[in-house]
Design a protein around this ligand. Sequence first.
Ligand code: HEC
Length: 153
Amino acid sequence: MRITTIIVAILSLFLFISCGNDNESQQNRSQGETQNGLTEFELEHGIGPVTERVELGVIDPEKVDKGRSIYEMKCEACHNMEGRMVGPALGDVMERRSAEFVMNFILNPSGMTREHPVGKELLREYMTPMPFQNVTEPEARAIVEFLRDHSNN
Ligand code: HEC
């Protein structure tokens, strides 16, 4: 008799917990979550510190130069403009991805390959995880400027 009471109590506890989870996921969905638990912004622009659209404007030659020197120092070991190396070619990346996506990839590569469908697919394809290169957000913005300038030429 006592054992049945305990079992019933445990079962209702489980029921209670799973109902709680249901409520939680409903709440998340209403806060803008879509498939994989990512928001629409994250699906299109990546997961990381950049959570709002970045104002691009006309290409700023000073940022291009700064971006180029960081790129040569921290990215060229694995990336080429044309053609695949350790990582994908970056010459046309601004046509494939948004500026925010590229910045989030630079600033949060492990999160992107762990949680974002595009990042997961890239890791599957390239089989080497891109390491974080100690790049700040303004530096990532400068790299984007350099990559934008490259696709304009
Ligand atoms: C040790 C090698 C390595 C270094 C260094 C590296 N990357 Fe990567 N990168 C990769 C790999 C490999 C991928 C594919 C995803 C993965 O496997 O992690 C990638 C993916 C990317 C992507 C996504 C491309 C796409 O098609 O969406 C961008 C953008 C990128 N890297 C930019 C950079 C920039 C900018 C730097 C320099 C700050 C850099 N990477 C440094 C290896 C590297």
